[in-house]
Design a protein around this ligand. Sequence first.
Ligand code: HEB
Length: 736
Amino acid sequence: IASSFGKCPTLSDAAGGGTRSGDWWPCQLKLDVLRQFSPQQNPLGADFDYAAAFATLDYKALKADLKALLTQSHPWWPADFGHYGGLFIRLAWHSAGTYRAMDGRGGGGMGQIRFSPLNSWPDNGNLDKARRLLWPIKMKYGKAISWADLMILAGNVALEDMGFPVLGFGAGRPDTWQSDESIYWGSETTFVPAGNDIRYNGSTDYVARATQLEKPLAAAHMGLIYVNPAGPNGNGDPKQSALDIRTTFGRMGMNDSETVALIAGGHAFGKTHGAAAVTVGPPPEGASIEQQGLGWANPFGSGNAGDTITSGLEVIWSRTPTKWTNDFLSSLFRHNWTAVKSPAGEVQFEALDSALEYPDPFNKTFRRATMLVSDLALREDPIYGPIAKAWSEDFQALTDSFAAAWFKLTHRDMGPVTRYLGPEVPKQRFIWQDPLPTANYPQITEADQANLKERILAEKGVSISSLVSVAWGSASTFRGGDKRGGANGARIALEPQVSWEVNNPKQLKTLLAALNKVKQDFNKAQKGGKQVSLADLIVLGGNAAIEKAAAAAGHKIAVPFTAGRVDATQADTDVASFELLNPQADGFRNYRNVSGHVRARTEALLVDKAQQLTLTVPEMTALVGGMRALNCNHDGSARGILTARPGTLTNDFFTNLLDINTVWTTEPGGELFTGKDRATGAKKWTATRADLVFGSHAELRAIAESYAEAGGQQKMVADFVAAWAKVMNLDRFDVK
Ligand code: HEB
């Protein structure tokens, strides 16, 4: 693959063919990630409201249809053991399992497994068949159920039908209609198992490297959901497999017992497929047109049923592969295991001491017990071992742990519980949901808001730039990937955010003290029980400052505000998990953590942050211009503050950046720049890459021009305010 990598053998002179801009200049800053999922691309319409469509769904009927499908074996893809349960659990798990806690991207929340590269990852082999089996049901219920929800629900119904007590199901995953190109899946140009693992810097020291997996990746190889089932690079070593499992499951936010629960729970069902040493056809994305989106055509025997080749491993874990029992774990500890080869030649384990009592899926014969190398990891690892052993003798404990871990796995990327839909949302709240209290008191009125804004601006030690910086710091932790973060909860006043360098803790604490005073005074004075939260005051303070700064530039504007935010408690805030929201860089506040990410360029990190904030290219541009005008650098530095009147909402950043009379030179390191007067050589400005990119990148410069030219000032203020209000409300899933 490597020599032809990136090249299509069929030349095209149509529809985007030929040598493109990105081929000539592959290092160009890529803005495309900010142009994804535009409403115009949604065939259901720009105004499609999934929650409203879901409300019309006959949920019971849908579940009954899914249940019936499980045991209706279709001859084109017959069900193992007469039950598709294992296949659908694997579909749900592989949908959700790409989630990475570090950047919140991946996961099942957008139905991305339908698109490349995921639809064609080697690890997702034959899940195309699982989706085709679901198609008649999707077709029947139409837009009332998204693919993203349907794939997870199918796993849940499969578990229920096989006797497992799931905790519940929250729907609410609207579909996307294209591949999400914002996700960094790694830099390798080959899929597992041929990987030259760039993510491990090429290291084959499987002990040392396990903890050094490139961030934010959560898979051991390109093309895998987590780890190679046959051990690191297929080396057959269960103990080393455990190290990879710990790192990768840890990267998705699972601890040791959650990890054991997930693997032991999942592999209680179904089987693996490696009937013969035959190479299957290309995956869906590389398959020929007449295959209609199916891939991995299997030339062996019937090509399906007992002749199926998926992973190339041939394992039956349990004597009861279609029932929830403890047979997987009890078998794991009951038997002695010997390394053998699957019919396809892959390393796996077999219990030579086992009776022939593990059922063949089709021919009514029985086999000996078998396990994957990665399953043996649960027995041989010194931490997993005791957990798994205890559960092998305590079925209830395994059941409870798997139920909780499965619910977390499948809902982790959905954000606040206010996004969950449907009749099966569990009442129980979990710390990983970043819980918020409910506001059961009357909200502040518009008159209150006006008074509060005046009060805030009158506080001692409060400045325009501190108000705007703190409101930005509060709201801009939001990540579109998993909908975590945001201004609601005022977690910027709690650990760890209150101590983050990017938040300028000293300035932050001063401002929080002032806002808390305003909060107390207001709430004490209320007779009708009305209250204001710190979270609302932080946003209101930012808005007040922007209105004042716009007025100073001659613009009378009102920044939209929606009250109703609440204040979280420290006890409801998982510090380690929130630390993952600490930005590597925040170009909007000219911040870059130099000890953090080493490879990405500063301007790429700005675009990455803008993508998390679901911004368009013009929104990102207007926000940077405005934040510079408002003097909002995290450290109060003058970098990129290209204005003689900082704290006034002007378009000065753009007019001065585009001024031909300034000549820019690089400081050593390539991160900082000095702007001098072309004629006199006098030093005028300093700036970072997150500033100068708006003059150097042709498309960004084009937008910068639109803010610098005649009428640009007006436009800049309007666009800044709209984008600002959008960011402040990114997490307000509680508001219709
Ligand atoms: Fe699994 C299957 C691996 C985890 C669930 N897996 C499977 C297979 C393999 C695996 C290789 C086979 C495929 C074929 O077909 O061939 N896993 C694995 C690994 C891991 C896992 C390596 C990590 C360690 N799983 C898991 C989890 C879950 C699961 C976590 C859930 C929860 N799986 C599963 C199922 C199945 C599988 C259910 C079966 C499917 C059927 O039956 O089809």
